[in-house]
Write a protein that binds this ligand. Structure first.
Ligand SMILES: *[C@@H]1O[C@H](CO)[C@@H](O)[C@H](O)[C@H]1NC(C)=O
Ligand SMILES: *[C@@H]1O[C@H](CO)[C@@H](O)[C@H](O)[C@H]1NC(C)=O
Ligand SMILES: *[C@@H]1O[C@H](CO)[C@@H](O)[C@H](O)[C@H]1NC(C)=O
Length: 980
């Protein structure tokens, strides 16, 4: 959860509804007079969050003005702003040394310094390396680095590894070219096609101490993806400034993470003779036969720079601007998305962590669960409604006055925790608490306020400093706080120790890291001289505090709410005011630790801001390795950087219960596939605001096909657990049944991602790269190579339009529910029946999907019989794979892989490995069989007719009750099943 959530007006694809904000004096005119707005410096507020023992105690409220920065006009909006391209001189290259591995040169300022946004650097070093068969590196950095000049901070390799030289570079399909006219410029071309991928021709290189700019032209109607984190359509639009500066903001444009990477996909027409022609995307004339007429080439571009930056997309160019650091560019040659993503992860940022099997179960959370008893009730109610629940989460409610590694002694006492968790674990379920990034600094005049976590960290030098060496003190939930300094060698050992110690009291199963941008509710070291006021109230009112207004509902609520009464458990709260701060973060010091906060090694936060959230994930990963030796850490974090996937998953942050936010979850997830963070999901049913049964029903079904599946809600909003509404309960059971039956498929996809860098959620364009029409599709997606999900994303609908990709090349699709072949035409939208409670899911021909009968928990599911779902291609072929291990070991010693191949009426399972799984094979369903004579054999032994059901009409062959012929286990040895 968090906290500053505000929605700024923006028009992306949908009109964004602005949540009414009730927090500053300027809003007193909208009828909120009389509310307990903490706006005056000495206001004594009363926290009235039920159940937290800080309640009903007057405490000092930090004035809202403490989080106000200077009013700054963003450069891109300033008509008076200097355009560095107009005034700066550029550079000239000299001392060029060229060999087969690349080139080095010296770049010297080509005229009088312009000092547009800093001080021009006179002399730069250029280094170009053909690093590997698929990777070109271009680095430009100051020739003389003055260590006292922080703005020349170059990313250290121990913080963010730099892709290294490999021996095989000769096959690279990229060429580097350069010229000095009119000033130094360079280009990267794809050798095999002659296509210019990147060129700074006719643009100047600008390199100042606090401003670096380079500009490349781009082809017409380009397809760029990535440049996160933002809430945006998958394909980036051509008039967009992608700001990369980690921020705690419910802002729909630029949010928590920093991923300076893009994928560029270009489509070429291939039916002509000779030169290929670059094509525009859509709409395209499409034939129904003769195969695709297009092919695509993709490449990736990664800027290894952690400074605040803007990537400005315009119809014909990309302008990259950073406020420091160097140009450290990497080009990955693809030539498909699949290869670009693998190349990026393998060489640059690392492969994603393999998740524990239980992490794929369903997670329930909310801000506002008040005590262990209420948690127990939630867990029991899931069971009573037969809705699978794997993991129950708590937001900050459980803490003692919001201090990390504590529990509220009244509402969440340790004694009850242990009984609660013991039962939970005995039932095969799990518990995850939130852990915030800031550490409470106690009131030194009140000995009963002592906080051991702070004391230990302070003694070891684990916290950020002010430039004068005193402690940097900001403010977050508990009051005035300090912040771990992840560049101090003492911080990780301290963090590990805190978690290990706390786990002895509260045996949690994983950790949720929040507020890690790193967020602070005031500008600068606002607590300096003030800590005797601790604890304090944040400078804004919380959801549920007196005087706010009722939460908004989803679009279409009035229509739909009338037709479904709350079923079992009525929502207990309807009169809860929204809390959204109208905070415009024009100033880098606002709502975050200030750029001048100083690390123990002298580095300023300015240089490493975007890395803070990445480093706390690393620290937490180390901590969980100590808590659970040899087991895979389960971590979900808010702020991420390139490479965070090797430690953690990510949730989409503070979204809102609106239909367009449900849509945005798809492009956000697909972008995180590109960033190498496949463990992704959003707050299902929406965080801010009230949900309703229609939105929640659709969303519970959609998220069932996301890797990370969690419902989460804000404080004081109406409850939205799936059992709250009968229709949502039904819809959730349906979708969860599919998800849990597919756990072996999903787990196998993750294993492949972890070992090869492949993706889990996939854009249609990536699986069908020869269809330009798919370049922007993000209302449908693939789960792995074999499942197509086409969700309803608007209220009041009972059909949905979707494309069936690949038909032009002979692809066939099968309906998950009817197992019949889909009748659809290539390249056009098909209207699909999708009443509430039904999510359209289609299986791609040529697939073998491993399944297991769903249990209530993942542990139960793992004890159930296996199944196989086979979707034959037009030629009667199919392939698939299965990976099995114990589901939790960091480096499993025993593993099992099964390769499935179908040809000529025979399904072969090739079993390898020594992990012992003794579950039998229950069912095999084969779709698309071309008649069957009833003579089905397993390893040559005829299968009893009673187990065989062949429907010649639909072409579905169903084998059931195979358990007695596979008693010792489905994967004890390889086998062949034949039916023709
Ligand atoms: C580009 O975006 C800016 C900022 O959103 C907007 O003011 C401008 O009108 C847009 N330009 C075009 C050509 O759409
Ligand atoms: C727990 O919270 C609930 C509200 O959900 C309240 O009714 C109940 O009295 C609390 N129980 C305890 C033991 O604190
Ligand atoms: C304390 O906090 C207030 C409000 O944020 C601020 O104006 C003041 O400068 C801080 N320092 C002292 C010493 O009061």
């Amino acid at each position: 959860m968090a906290r500053s959530g505000f929605i700024r007006a923006a028009s992306i694809l949908f009109p964004l509804l602005i949540l009414v904000n009730g927090q500053t004096t300027s809003n007193s005119a909208d009828g909120l007079n009389g509310s307990a707005q903490p706006t005056a410096l000495a206001t004594v507020g009363t926290v009235s969050i039920d159940g937290t023992h800080t309640a009903f105690r007057p405490i000092f409220t930090i004035p809202a003005s403490a989080d106000e920065g200077a009013t700054l006009l963003p450069n891109i909006e300033d008509p008076q702003a200097v355009n560095a391209q107009d005034v700066c001189p550029g550079y000239k290259a000299s001392q060029v040394k060229d060999d087969e591995r690349g080139l080095t040169a010296v770049l010297t300022l080509a005229g009088a310094a312009c000092n547009a946004y800093g001080t021009d650097i006179e002399v730069l070093n250029l280094k170009v390396e053909y690093q590997a068969a698929n990777r070109l590196a271009i680095s430009i950095s100051p020739a003389f680095i003055d260590s006292s000049n922080y703005s020349h901070y170059i990313v250290p390799e121990d913080l963010v590894p730099r892709p290294t030289l490999e021996s095989s570079y000769t096959d690279i399909d990229l060429d580097f070219n350069w010229d000095n006219e009119p000033t130094f410029w360079f280009s990267v071309t794809r050798h095999s096609t002659g296509d210019v991928l990147f060129t700074t021709e006719n643009q100047k290189l600008v390199f100042e101490n606090q401003f670096v700019e380079f500009v490349s032209s781009l082809p017409d109607d380009y397809n760029l993806y990535g440049l996160g984190e933002r809430i945006h359509s998958l394909r980036l639009n051509h008039n967009l400034t992608a700001t990369i500066y980690a921020a705690d903001a419910g802002d729909p444009i630029d949010v928590y993470g920093s991923h300076p990477f893009y994928l560029d996909t270009r489509y070429f027409e291939t039916d002509g003779h000779g030169k290929q022609k670059l094509v525009k995307n859509s709409p395209l004339p499409r034939g129904n036969s003769g195969g695709s007429k297009y092919e695509s080439y993709s490449h990736g571009v990664y800027l290894r720079n952690m400074h605040g930056q803007e990537v400005r997309l315009q119809p014909d160019s990309v302008t990259w601007r950073t406020i420091g650091g160097s140009i450290d560019l990497f080009f990955f040659d693809g030539p498909s998305q699949r290869e670009v993503t693998k190349q990026y992860q393998l060489a640059a940022v690392g492969l994603p962590a393999l998740q524990s099997y239980w992490g794929f179960g369903y997670h329930q959370c909310r801000w506002g669960y008040r005590n262990w008893t209420e948690l127990r009730q939630v867990v029991d109610t899931f069971k009573a409604f037969d809705i699978p629940l794997e993991t129950i989460w708590t937001d900050i409610d459980y803490m003692d006055q919001y201090r990390d590694f504590t529990v509220d002694p009244v509402t969440f006492p340790v004694s009850e925790a242990q009984a609660f968790l013991e039962q939970l674990h005995a039932d095969g379920q799990h518990y995850i608490p939130i852990v915030d990034s800031a550490i409470y600094i106690p009131n030194p005049t009140n000995s009963s306020d002592a906080y051991a976590t702070y004391t230990r960290g302070n003694e070891s030098g684990a916290f950020l400093l002010n430039p004068d060496g005193s402690q940097y003190i900001g403010a977050v939930w508990p009051g005035y706080t300090v912040f771990p300094d992840w560049l101090s060698k003492y911080s990780i050992p301290w963090w590990v120790n805190e978690m290990v110690t706390w786990h002895k009291d509260i045996p949690f199963d994983g950790i949720w890291i929040d507020m890690s941008e790193v967020s602070s509710f005031c500008v600068g070291s606002c607590g300096t001289g003030n800590i005797t006021l601790n604890p304090v109230h944040p400078p804004f009112s919380l959801p549920g505090e007196v005087g706010n207004i009722i939460y908004d509902y989803p679009e279409g609520f009035n229509i739909t709410n009338a037709t479904d009464a709350a079923s079992a458990l009525a929502a207990s709260n309807v009169n809860h005011p929204p809390y959204v701060i109208n905070h415009v973060q024009g100033d880098l010091t606002v709502h975050a630790v200030s750029p001048n906060a100083t690390h123990h090694n002298g580095v300023q936060e300015y240089d490493v801001h975007n890395l803070w959230g990445h480093q706390i994930l690393n620290a937490t990963y180390q901590a969980l390795l100590s808590v659970f030796p040899g087991k895979r850490p389960f971590i979900i974090g808010r702020s991420t950087f390139a490479g965070s996937g090797k430690w953690s998953g990510h949730w989409g942050g503070d979204n809102t219960s609106k239909w367009y936010y449900m849509y945005f979850s798809i492009p956000q997830a697909l972008s995180f596939s590109l960033f190498g963070i496949p463990m992704f999901g959003v707050d299902t049913c929406g965080f801010n605001g009230n949900s309703d049964y229609e939105l929640c029903s659709r969303w519970m079904q959609l998220s069932a096909f996301f890797p990370f599946y969690r419902n989460h809600n804000t404080l004081s909003a109406n409850s939205q657990e799936p059992y709250i509404w009968e229709s949502v309960a039904r819809a959730s059971r349906t979708a969860m049944n599919i998800r849990y039956s597919l756990l072996p498929y999903i787990y196998t996809l993750f294993y492949q991602a972890h070992t090869t860098g492949s993706t889990v959620m996939r854009a249609l364009a990536w699986e069908f790269p020869n269809e330009p029409l798919l370049a922007g599709v993000d209302t449908q997606f693939m789960l792995g190579p074999s499942l197509l999900i086409t969700p309803v994303l608007e209220p009041g609908a009972d059909t949905v339009n979707g494309i069936f990709p690949g038909i032009i090349d002979g692809e066939v699709w099968y309906d998950w529910y009817t197992q019949e072949k889909v009748q659809a035409q290539a390249g056009v939208n098909t209207t699909i029946n999708a009443p509430l409670g039904h999510i359209p899911v289609f299986i791609r021909s040529g697939s073998v999907l491993p399944q297991q009968e769903p249990g209530y928990t993942t542990a139960e599911s793992r004890k159930n019989p296996w199944g196989l779902l086979v979707a034959l291609s037009e030629d009667g072929d199919a392939t698939g794979s299965l990976y099995v291990d114990d589901g939790e070991s960091l480096e499993p010693t025993d593993t099992l892989t099964v390769a499935f191949t179908v040809m000529n009426g025979k399904l072969k399972a090739d079993v390898n490995g020594n992990y012992k799984d003794t579950n039998s094979l229950g069912n095999v369903t084969i779709m698309g069989v071309d008649g069957c004579d009833g003579n089905v054999k397993l390893n040559g032994e005829k299968i009893d007719d009673s187990k065989v059901d062949c429907d010649e009409g639909t072409g579905v062959l169903k084998l059931t009750g195979l358990n007695d012929v596979t008693k010792s286990g489905a994967w004890i040895a390889s086998w062949t099943l034949s039916w023709a």
